[in-house]
Write a protein that binds this ligand. Structure first.
Ligand SMILES: [Zn+2]
Ligand SMILES: [Zn+2]
Length: 265
């Protein structure tokens, strides 16, 4: 228990805090809507609970896989590749393998996310993320149960396909966190033509829009490609920057509200 609490604190300072600061810097340089400081401060204790559950879920998955003797189809150990003398192999190790991994992850995330918007029981949990009224790189948390649901619906199927070393998992998690905070940044930045390749903040903001005409769009986390393939892509116009939040659900104002939100209505 103590180990998991310290892991949650470590996770907050290692993963979330630097990524949030980077996102905040982007918000200062290229701002979006005007927001309050409270919307950011409220998120700090919520993140700690979220990461605590995430660390526990990850440990549980590893025990489960060991217990069932499940081995993945493909095992990737970047250590051998990065020790290679061949430049092409090193570039592949650092760029291509992780990119392929993220691409596969985004496919599973896309369908997990879409299911959350389809089934009422899953939506109750996911609605916490959508209830955030002043969305930014500091308060883009999900409900703690959502983190646990990712184990059977994303991490488990991915573990059957691909396996990476613990160190690489840590690096990938940090990259995913960084991407997540950037994607939720309250910024009107445009990636230019790259916006069709990588999800920019304005693209994901459409997914969080309070306007009905935007609902059911932009489920992909990193690559709009999956939205284009499955017919849910919506690339915003330059002046399109909608409000976020849900009309019938306010964002959590305390840890208790955060923990119990899906069970209260
Ligand atoms: Zn959603
Ligand atoms: Zn989001």
């Amino acid at each position: 228990m103590f180990q998991q609490v310290s892991s949650a604190m470590w996770g907050f300072t290692t993963y979330v805090f630097p990524a949030s600061l980077a996102g905040t810097l982007l918000e200062v340089l290229i701002p979006g809507e005007k927001q309050s400081v409270q919307s950011r401060l409220r998120a700090i204790p919520i993140w700690i609970v979220y990461i605590f559950i995430g660390v526990s879920s990850g440990a549980l998955l590893r025990c489960l896989l060991d217990l069932l003797h499940i081995r993945p189809l493909l095992s990737v150990d970047l250590k051998n590749a990065t020790n290679s003398n061949d430049v092409v192999v090193i570039i592949a190790a650092y760029a291509v393998f992780p990119a392929v991994g993220f691409f596969i992850y985004d496919f599973f995330y896309y369908w997990f996310h879409r299911l959350q918007h389809t089934f009422r029981v899953l939506w109750r949990v996911h609605a916490v993320h959508h209830s955030i009224e002043e969305l930014n790189a500091f308060n883009d948390y999900h409900h703690w149960l959502e983190n646990a649901l990712r184990v059977p619906l994303i991490l488990l199927p991915m573990s059957l396909l691909i396996s990476v070393r613990t160190f690489d998992v840590i690096v990938y998690t940090m990259i995913l966190q960084f991407m997540g905070q950037m994607t939720h940044a309250n910024s009107k930045i445009s990636y230019g033509l790259f916006r069709y390749v990588f999800s920019e903040p304005r693209y994901h903001r459409i997914h969080h829009s309070a306007e009905k005409r935007h609902w059911g769009k932009n489920f992909a986390f990193m690559f709009p490609f999956w939205d284009v393939v499955f017919g849910t892509a919506y690339f915003p116009k330059p002046d399109e920057y909608p409000r976020t939040g849900l009309p019938q659900q306010r964002e959590p104002r305390s840890i208790v509200e955060y923990i119990t939100a899906p069970f209260r209505r």
